[in-house]
Design a protein around this ligand. Structure first.
Ligand SMILES: *Cc1c(COP(=O)(O)O)cnc(C)c1O
Length: 393
């Protein structure tokens, strides 16, 4: 049968019908171990009863009203997010790109209020911020931008994990109003910066009156062993964007702001029809409650470190491994050559993984993964990697 879906994705030849925890089950009742969580979305695994219950209960009452009215679930979710993040307030939307759009608009308006007519935002090489025009312009990947010129102006790109480059950019450009950066680059290859990188960015932002804006869309919601990755450092950003795991599969995004940044987007300056609707917020509340009730954030750290240790041990004699790194359950196994085909090999062995930046195997398993499932993940993937590298001469 011909597909009538616009071919924006090269899809793998499998269709899943249902899920149970870390498992996805296809049309032929075959079970697959999901070590990707729909790209860091289903942090609680598939069909988590708490999320199921929350959205069923909400759907019996109300799906949508409008942001023209007060929305109790939105207030409650914002309240929880503020308490967990140290931020001041929240704008709700429906995706990561939209959350970053809100942050970019906020930064520009902040600049205009300071008398800067052409505000610019520092962004990073190898970053990923989304597929809308502004966010693809902010993204540090030529493939994402290819064919979409003219790009949105006002972004100044510097190498990731390089404080000098940021300092130089600030010195040479008086229009800079903000720095937008991922605490850990996901799409860019699970790139973990120096331990004090974010602290130094915080200092530079304070010294120069810039907004520190963190894209936590992939790294947030417990993934790295803290609720937000910046909590590994002793800092607060001015703006923080969330999406992916916030609804465990129900679309929801959020732009959190603090202090001066929380007063910029006033009535009429920004909006969203669906943003923060009662259903999406019910899912968000259930996600945050469950992370706490099941102690999943602390466990993510332990589980991630165990996985890395096991991969390191079992792959220690493989000469083609460049690096194995993790922050909680955000893991990368970097090979010395492109390895995108491993995604298909793994699928054949009923394991779902991903490869980013051509040569890094990316693992983002659900935070609920247990020891036996972790063991199976390690054993299956190590065999796949060794098979692949054994064919290299
Ligand atoms: C996925 C992702 C986005 C974009 O989110 P969408 O919901 O696909 O728009 C932005 N930033 C980061 C870091 C991401 O991982």
């Amino acid at each position: 049968m011909t597909s009538h879906i616009m071919p924006t994705y090269n899809r793998l030849p499998v269709t899943f019908e249902r899920g149970e925890g870390v498992w996805l089950i296809d049309e032929n009742n075959q079970r697959y171990l999901d070590a990707l969580s729909g790209i860091a979305v289903c942090n609680l695994g598939h069909a988590h009863p708490a999320v199921h219950k929350a959205i069923c209960a909400q759907s019996e009452k109300l799906l949508h009203t409008s942001n023209l009215y007060k929305i109790a679930n939105q207030e409650e979710l914002a309240d929880k997010l503020i308490k967990k993040s140290g931020m001041t307030n929240v704008f709700f939307c429906n995706s990561g790109a939209e959350a970053n759009e809100a942050a970019i608009k906020l930064a520009r308006k902040y600049g205009h209020e300071k008398g800067i007519d052409s505000p610019a935002i520092i962004v990073m090489e190898k970053s990923f911020h989304g597929r809308t025009l502004a966010t693809l312009s902010a993204t540090g990947n030529a493939k994402v931008q290819q064919g979409f010129a003219p790009l949105v102006e006002g972004f100044i790109r510097v190498p990731y994990n390089n404080i000098n480059a940021i300092e130089n950019a600030i010195e040479t450009n008086k229009n800079i109003v903000a720095i937008l950066v991922e605490p850990i680059q996901g799409e860019g290859g699970i790139n973990i910066p120096a331990a004090d990188y974010l602290n130094q960015i915080r200092q530079l932002c304070d010294a120069n009156g810039l907004l520190m804006m963190l894209d936590e869309i992939q790294s947030g919601i417990g993934r790295t062993g803290k609720f937000l990755a910046y909590q590994h450092n002793d800092i607060l950003p001015d703006v923080c964007t969330l999406a992916k795991a916030l609804g465990n599969g129900v679309p929801i995004g959020a732009c959190l702001a603090r202090g001066r940044a929380s007063e910029i987007l006033t009535a009429g300056a920004h909006g969203s029809t669906f943003g923060g609707n009662p259903l999406a917020c019910a899912a968000g509340i259930a996600v945050l409650n469950t992370l706490e009730a099941e102690n999943l954030i602390e466990l993510a750290q332990v589980k991630g470190d165990n996985l890395r240790a096991q991969f390191s041990e079992q792959l220690k004699d493989n000469q083609h491994i460049v690096d194995i790194r993790n922050k909680g359950l955000m893991l990368g196994i970097e090979l010395d050559r492109p390895c995108a085909e491993l995604v298909k090999t793994a699928l054949e062995q009923h394991l779902l993984i991903n490869v980013t930046n051509d040569s890094t195997i990316r693992l983002l398993p659900p935070l609920i993964i247990n020891e036996q499932e972790s063991q199976q993940l390690v054993n299956t993937l190590v065999a796949i990697i060794n098979d692949y590298t054994a064919k290299i001469h």
